[in-house]
Design a protein around this ligand. Structure first.
Ligand code: PMP
Length: 404
């Protein structure tokens, strides 16, 4: 069960005010707030452990290395990976996808080959592939969605061609909230001999993810969306891919030996981790995952779904309000517009009431265009949000609608 009083007390920022009003933070799809213990962990790392990892024989270096590697094991367990060597630390979802795009295309793609994505992708799962297009000549193929915002699986399969090399899809849309049937997508892809990358930026914090059960080849997420620090991300990849793909960046840590004539590379995952890693951030991520596990993702998901259902009903009852994204399987994101009110005005006026929502294209311009609009207001909920906050949002929208 979710104990809201206890949980909210863990997040100091939730009790602050903005413009003299209690903060109502409904921008969780952009980033989540941090529990006190996660922030304290970072402070403790800097005050008592700080020392560079992997290179030192001395006590602190060993301790920092232990913390960093313990975080890798925490991630491995959290997503059910077979081995910690399948966990690569990056700066975030965006860097994880850039890494795969760069290394995978270098190893396996030729001009004219295709990467299959969907109409509901974040720019982070579009642009890295386009950049590779300039280098290795790969092109994007795009699977469409229906008007409810659901991916059309049969159309996705129809877009697989002899030139397709990989399918890269978001698990949950950051605009529509749609939960894609990623297990089914992996099954279709593997039937055609294709690997799958899952962008779990919007799912890792809401629903249990088990990479072995999903049988996905790559899965990526950001620590900051699961109550961890900014600047840290994860790339999960099956060992086979990490072994076959060339390094992404060069430098210290990723080498076995260097001479001016020839360099050999470290074993995985270190081959993909050039330079000093953010070991303070990774250890805080490990703690954030423990925090989420102690509450339980099933309970978190169940509670957030109740918030979503309540918010949907409340918002739907507002005159002239349209919700974008009405998939049968949906997570706690509500994108909407109110007739005659620009999303930017709505966002600014809600802000003055202490209500933080996001407005605009949400880094998914092609999707927004597909919806026939140029932006939305987006409220996104986490397990520390309350039904009262949903009421405040609805009342705020109603007041603004009256003003217009
Ligand atoms: N993919 C999706 C679906 C996202 O929602 C986001 C963050 N908005 C990203 C990728 C990029 O994440 P980051 O900015 O943390 O790299």
């Amino acid at each position: 069960m979710i104990d809201l009083t206890k949980i909210r007390a863990d997040f100091p920022i939730l009790s602050r005010e903005v413009y003299g009003k209690p903060l109502t933070y409904l921008d969780n799809a952009a980033t989540t707030q941090k529990p006190r213990r996660v922030v304290e962990k970072m402070e403790e790392m800097y005050y008592t452990v700080n020392s560079n990892v992997h290179r030192g024989v001395h006590f602190l270096s060993q301790k920092a290395t232990d913390e960093h590697e313990a975080a890798r094991i925490a991630v491995q367990r959290f997503i059910g990976a077979a081995s910690p060597s399948e966990i690569v630390f990056t700066r975030g979802t965006t860097e994880s996808i850039n890494l795969v795009a760069s290394s995978f295309c270098k190893a396996f793609c030729r001009p004219g080959d295709e990467i299959l994505i969907t109409e509901m992708e974040h720019h982070a799962n579009i642009v890295p592939w386009q950049l590779q297009g300039n280098i290795s000549g790969v092109k994007l193929a795009v699977a469409p969605i229906n008007d409810q915002g659901e991916l059309l699986l049969d159309e996705l399969e129809k877009r697989i061609s002899p030139r397709t090399k990989l399918i890269s899809v978001t698990h949950i849309s950051n605009v529509l909230g749609t939960i894609n049937p990623v297990g089914e997508i992996v099954r279709i892809a593997h039937k055609h001999g294709l690997p799958v990358l899952i962008d779990a930026a919007q799912s890792i914090q809401h629903i249990p993810v088990d990479v072995q059960q999903l049988d996905c080849d790559f899965l990526v997420f950001s620590a900051h969306k699961i109550y961890g620090p900014t600047g840290v991300g994860v790339l999960y990849a099956k060992e086979q891919w990490l072994n076959e793909m060339p390094p992404y960046q060069g430098g210290g840590e990723m080498i076995a030996s260097v001479s001016f004539e020839k360099t050999t590379f470290n074993e995985i995952p270190f081959k993909f981790e050039a330079g000093t890693p953010d070991f303070v951030g990774t250890s805080a991520l490990g703690l954030a995952l423990d925090y989420v596990s102690a509450i339980g993702l099933e309970d978190i998901g169940r509670y957030e779904h109740l918030l979503l259902e309540y918010a949907t009903e409340r918002l739907k009852s507002i005159n002239g309000l349209r919700i974008f994204g009405n998939a049968a399987a949906k997570s706690s994101v509500v994108s909407f517009l109110v007739d005659g009110i620009h999303y930017y005005d709505m966002g600014m006026l809600l802000d003055k009431m202490g209500i933080a929502v996001r407005t605009g294209h949400h880094c998914a311009e092609p999707l927004i265009r597909r919806l026939g609009i140029d932006g939305t207001v987006r409220a996104s909920f986490a397990f520390y949000n309350t039904f009262e906050e949903v009421d405040l949002l609805a009342q705020g929208i109603e007041r603004i609608a009256e003003m217009f």
